[in-house]
Design a protein around this ligand. Structure first.
Ligand code: AMP
Length: 419
């Protein structure tokens, strides 16, 4: 029989890798909660239309990468490819704006895109993100960028570069779109077939085409900065001034557009020089999406957010990042009644919040010590018949093999001191 395997581009995350995952997730939760963000969890499946309307019909994600299907009841559903559209759907559905006009949410979970699998590119990957809904001032843009940088830096990742741009507002877009279209028309012969289509549907998308010939054309395209409305320009300048004040380093990247249609005004990416992913790569991206709440049926509400892929960040964690697991105690019960003595002690340890393991099969002390080593225990508590009758156990330091006898009455205090 053919062995069943996980779906192409989708991976198991095995327990041996979990400490690194937990480290990133805990660092993130800890940081964003200090900034006043609360967690939201939304379903993985959503009405397909949410993503089509939210992310944009002409984006690569919706056009090529969605896992979309019709369920047995005839509903058109999609596996979420990102988290923002769902967060905004939930914000509108629960009328959150009425009670919490400045909403700060974060999320974490699996996302799905049917991309060509490659190193650092999967079909199921984990993203975490943050959204501020209801605040339009540039100060929130500065704070969210600062928070994103603080997070990456707190993981011990160095060589962080913030790339920053503005896409202007609804006043900017039509003029820029026509200028861009007019420019691109002259290169019709050289654009890829996708971009020829994008030229008609959404010329901005040509700017993030990954095909080198299109990239060269895009590099010389008119800049959105020449078309910014007064408002959009002032917003961008205020943001830059605030980032300067916070000493958050950034590079303005005038041609950067990002792959989702909902962005307006500020967009940003955090890039890291990476050996494992080759050259420089984006680990985090985000921006303002002032039109999205209204577009999805809510009130006109400004919003901004970012997201990052956890797998890619993990590839960039510095070698030897210290990920402390709580110490493990092994309890070896030897002799008659060994198993029940071990069970009792292990139960007490666990009640006290300590990690403890025993050998279910009992066996000789030698074999139990071997198992303790294999599990990586720091200490083995040996509960032998004779010592136990004297009200004592042996405490064995697994690193140097040193062993001493301690009274049962002192055991829990000693364990606590070794946490
Ligand atoms: P995006 O939602 O496209 O702006 O992507 C935000 C972040 O998610 C990226 O910077 C990556 O870290 C991560 N990401 C996006 N697509 C994938 C993928 N197919 N596999 C792994 N990570 C991804």
């Amino acid at each position: 029989m053919k062995t069943l395997r996980s779906v192409k581009g989708m991976h198991d995350i095995l327990p041996v890798d979990m400490p690194r995952w937990h480290f990133v997730e805990a660092t993130y939760r800890n940081l964003v909660e200090r900034f006043g963000f609360s967690e939201i969890r939304t379903p993985i499946l959503e009405p397909l239309d949410l993503f089509v309307r939210g992310i944009g019909e002409t984006t690569d994600i919706v056009e090529k990468e969605m896992y979309a299907f019709t369920d047995k009841g005839g509903e058109h559903l999609g596996l979420r490819p990102e988290g923002t559209a769902s967060a905004i759907r939930a914000f509108i559905q629960h009328n959150v704006g009425a009670t919490e006009p400045r909403t700060k949410w974060y999320y974490l979970g699996p996302m799905f895109r049917r991309e060509r699998p490659a190193k650092g590119r999967y079909r199921q990957f984990f993203q975490a993100g943050a959204e501020v809904i209801g605040v339009g001032e540039p100060a929130v843009d500065a704070e969210i960028i600062d928070m994103a940088v603080a997070f990456i830096v707190s993981l011990g990742i160095e060589d962080v570069v913030v790339k920053l741009n503005t896409l202007g507002d609804s006043e900017t877009r039509p003029a820029y779109r026509s200028a861009l279209k007019a420019y691109l028309e002259a290169y019709k012969e050289d654009l890829c077939t996708d971009c020829l289509r994008r030229l008609e549907t959404n010329p901005l998308r040509v700017l993030d085409c990954k095909i080198p010939a299109c990239g060269e054309i895009a590099a010389k395209a008119p800049s959105v900065h020449d078309f910014l409305s007064r408002d959009a320009r002032a917003h961008f300048e205020d943001l830059c001034a605030l980032l300067d004040h916070c000493k958050t380093p950034y590079d303005v990247a005038p041609q950067m557009v990002r792959g989702l249609d909902y962005y307006s005004r500020t967009i940003f990416e955090i890039h890291v020089n990476s050996h494992s992913l080759g050259a420089q790569s984006a680990v985090l991206g985000g921006g303002r999406y002032d039109g999205l709440v209204k577009q999805l049926g809510g009130r006109d509400t400004p919003a901004i957010g970012f997201s990052f892929g956890i797998e890619r960040l993990l590839m960039m964690l510095p070698q030897g990042t210290a990920i402390d697991a709580a110490p493990l105690f092994f309890v070896a019960g030897v002799g008659d009644g060994g198993l029940t003595r071990a069970l009792d002690i292990a139960r007490q340890l666990r009640e006290q919040g300590t990690r403890a393991e025993i050998s279910f099969a009992g066996g000789s002390l030698r074999s139990q010590l071997k198992r303790a080593h294999r599990l990586g225990a720091q200490v083995t508590i040996i509960a032998g018949e004779e010592e136990f009758d004297r009200g004592a156990v042996a405490w064995r330091n697994m690193e140097d093999g040193m062993q001493e006898e301690i009274l049962l009455g002192d055991l829990m205090a000693r364990v606590e001191a070794n946490q």
